[in-house]
Design a protein around this ligand. Structure first.
Ligand code: HEM
Length: 529
C-alpha cells in the first residue's frame, strides 16, 4: 500500500482494520447488498441491519439553531492573570476562574453567523457569534457574545420580530434587505448597530481575526456580597481584519465556508489562535451623570471613563473530533454563571436567559446537559432526572438511590445552606410596568462611531447602505435618512445622495432591460444580511 501522509487516513492494511458492527454489537457481514429474493429483489422486511442503517440515517440531523445556525468551534483553555488591571481580582469577584495567576480552565468556543442557515456563506454581512463555555472548578460558565460590542435592540420583546425581518421572505424564501430596513426604520435604537454592520466591521475576515464581546452587562460579586457592573471583551492577538463587500463577494464565489476552514486549518498547523479577555467595570447604580443608560446594550461604555482592564487570555489548541457531537450539539446560555457572577437588571439579558435553555430542550433534547460537550467537569448531583435519552449511570444515583427529592431526613442530597459567602441581594422599589427606558439617546453614539471611522470605512458604509436602501420603499428610505441625519448631518446627507444616485442607475438599467429579479429585491443592489 502506498504510504498516505494524511494524518486523517488510517495506516492499516484493509485486512487489519477493525470489523464494522451494528449498534447492537453484531458484526456486519455484508454492508453493500440488502437481503432480497434472488439477487434482483424484491427486498424483505426482516433486513435488520439495512432498516436500522437507513432509519438512523433518516434521523441524523437535529433541528438547526433558530439563529446562529452556521458555525464552527474549537477547544482550548483560559488562563487567568489573577488581577484585573493592577488590582487583585478578588476585590471585585470571588469567581474562582479568575483567581490564582496562571491557573488554566478548559473551555470550548463556538463562532457563528446569525441569520443564515446551517450551510450559508460565512461571508455574510451579519454579526458573528462568539460563545465561550468554560468548564470551571465551580461548574460551567458560558459567555455568549458577539463580535460587535453592541446590539440592534434593547428589549427582548422585539427579538423574534427582528429575526423574522432579517431572514428571508416567508412566502418566497427570498432574502430582501427591505425587510431589515423596514424593521430598523421603526427601531431607532438600531441606528448605532446598523452603522457598524454596514461598515467593513460587518464582515470579519475570519473568526480568528475578530473581537468578541459579552454585549450585555453582567455583575461581579466579591466575598462581601458587594457587586459591580461588568462588560467583557475579547481581543484577538492575531489582529483584527475585516472584508470590504467586494472582497467578501470574491471569496463567496468559490468558498462558502472559508471561516470554518481557516480556523480548522490554523489549529491543525499548530497556529493556535489567542484572545485576551478585558473587562470594563462600573459601580452598580443608575449613573445619572451619563447621557445613556449603562444597561442599554445599544451603547458602548466610553473607554476613557471605563478603561479596558486585562484579566486573562484564551488559547484554542484542539479541533473537534466530531463536529456534530461537539459543536452542533453544544448548548450555551446566558444563565450559566458561577458563584461570584450575577445578572444585571439589563432586560435584554433577562429575556435571553429564558430563551437559550428553552430552545435547547427542543433542539437537542431535555437531557442536553448530559452530553459530554455540555456537561460540567465537576460532579453533578441532581434530582432533575428521567426524560428522553436519560443516560444516567446507576452509580450516579448517589448514596441513597431511593431519595430523589429534597429536603429529606432519611437520605438524598442537601442544599449547601450555610453558604461560604454572603449573597448579593439588590433591593427594588418601583412599580411594575411595560415601558421604554428613560435615556434612549438613540443617535449620539451612532454619530460618534460614524466620525471615528477612517475615510475608506465611511465610504464603504455609505456604499453598502445605499446599495441596500436603493431598493427599499420610499417611506423606509426617508425614515432611514432621518435616523442617519440625527446621528450626524454629513452621514445622513451622504447616504441620501448615494441612494438617490443608485436609484437613478437602477432605473436606467431597468429601462435597458438589464435588471433581472428587481421585483423580488435580488440584484447587485442590496446584499441583505
Ligand atoms: C444563539 C436567543 C440576543 C448571541 C441564540 C439562540 C437563541 C437565541 C434561541 C439559539 C441557541 C441554540 O439553539 O442553542 C436570543 C434572544 C436574544 C438574543 C431571545 C435577545 C433577547 C443575543 C445577543 C447576543 C447573542 C445580544 C450577543 C451578545 C448569541 C450567540 C448564539 C446565540 C453567540 C450562538 C450560540 C452557539 O454558538 O450555540 N440566541 N439571543 N444573542 N445568541 Fe442569542
Amino acid at each position: 500500500m502506498a504510504e498516505n501522509k494524511d494524518k486523517h487516513v488510517a495506516k492499516k492494511e484493509d485486512g487489519e482494520r477493525e470489523i464494522l458492527t451494528t449498534r447492537q454489537g453484531h458484526p456486519v457481514r455484508d454492508n453493500q447488498n440488502i437481503r432480497t429474493v434472488g439477487n434482483r429483489g424484491p427486498a424483505t422486511l426482516e433486513n435488520y441491519h439495512f432498516i436500522e442503517k437507513i432509519s438512523h440515517f433518516d434521523r441524523e440531523e437535529v433541528p438547526e439553531r433558530v439563529v446562529h445556525a452556521r458555525g464552527s468551534g474549537a477547544f482550548g483553555y483560559f488562563e487567568t492573570y489573577g488581577k484585573v488591571g493592577d488590582e487583585p481580582v478578588e476585590k471585585y469577584t470571588r469567581a474562582k476562574v479568575f483567581s490564582g495567576a496562571g491557573k488554566q480552565t478548559p473551555l470550548m468556543v463556538r463562532f457563528s453567523t446569525v441569520a443564515g442557515a446551517k450551510d450559508s456563506p460565512e461571508t455574510a454581512r451579519d454579526p458573528r457569534g462568539f460563545a465561550v463555555k468554560m468548564y470551571t472548578e465551580d461548574g460551567n460558565w458560558d459567555l455568549v457574545g458577539n463580535n460587535l460590542k453592541i446590539f440592534f435592540i434593547r428589549d427582548a420583546m422585539k427579538f423574534p420580530d427582528m429575526i423574522h425581518a432579517f431572514k428571508a421572505d416567508p412566502a418566497s424564501n427570498v432574502p430582501n434587505p427591505q425587510r431589515m430596513f423596514d424593521f430598523v426604520s421603526r427601531s431607532p435604537e438600531a441606528t448605532h448597530m446598523i452603522t457598524f454592520l454596514f461598515s467593513p466591521w460587518g464582515i470579519p475576515a475570519t473568526y480568528r481575526h475578530m473581537q468578541g464581546s459579552g454585549v450585555n452587562t453582567y455583575k461581579w460579586v466579591n466575598e462581601e456580597g458587594k457587586a459591580v457592573l461588568v462588560k467583557y471583551h475579547w481581543e484577538p492577538k492575531q489582529g483584527i481584519r475585516n472584508l470590504t463587500q467586494e472582497e467578501a463577494n470574491s471569496i463567496q464565489a468559490t468558498n462558502v465556508g472559508h471561516a470554518t476552514q481557516d480556523l480548522y486549518e490554523a489549529i491543525e498547523r499548530g497556529e493556535y489562535p489567542e484572545w485576551e479577555l478585558f473587562v470594563q467595570i462600573m459601580e452598580d447604580d443608575y449613573h445619572p451623570e451619563l447621557d445613556f443608560d449603562p444597561l442599554d446594550d445599544t451603547k458602548l461604555w466610553p473607554e476613557d471613563k471605563f478603561p479596558w482592564l486585562p484579566v486573562g487570555k484564551m488559547v484554542l489548541n484542539r479541533n473537534p473530533e466530531d463536529f456534530h457531537a461537539e459543536i452542533e450539539q453544544a448548548a450555551f446560555g446566558t444563565g450559566v454563571l458561577v458563584d461570584g457572577m450575577d445578572f444585571s437588571d439589563d432586560k435584554m439579558l433577562q429575556g435571553r436567559t429564558f430563551s437559550y435553555s428553552d430552545t435547547q430542550r427542543y433542539r437537542v433534547g431535555s437531557n442536553y446537559l448530559k452530553l459530554p460537550v455540555n456537561a460540567p467537569k465537576v460532579p453533578v448531583r441532581t434530582n432533575q432526572q428521567r426524560g428522553q435519552m436519560d443516560t444516567r449511570d446507576p452509580k450516579e444515583s448517589g448514596e441513597s438511590p431511593h431519595i430523589n427529592y429534597e429536603p429529606s431526613m432519611i437520605g438524598g442530597y442537601r442544599d449547601a445552606g450555610d453558604k461560604a459567602y454572603p449573597p448579593h441581594q439588590p433591593s427594588y422599589n418601583a412599580a411594575l410596568m411595560s415601558e421604554p427606558i428613560d435615556r434612549p439617546n438613540n443617535y449620539g453614539q451612532a454619530g460618534e462611531t460614524y466620525r471615528s471611522f477612517e475615510d475608506w470605512e465611511r465610504d464603504e458604509l455609505i456604499n453598502n447602505l445605499s446599495d441596500a436602501l436603493a431598493i427599499c420603499d420610499k417611506r423606509i428610505q426617508e425614515a432611514m435618512f432621518n435616523h442617519f441625519t440625527q446621528a450626524d448631518e454629513d452621514y445622513g446627507r451622504r447616504v441620501k445622495e448615494a441612494t438617490e444616485k443608485k436609484m437613478k442607475e437602477i432605473e436606467k438599467m431597468a429601462q435597458e432591460g438589464k435588471l433581472p429579479g428587481r421585483e423580488s429585491g435580488i440584484s447587485k443592489y442590496g446584499q441583505g444580511t
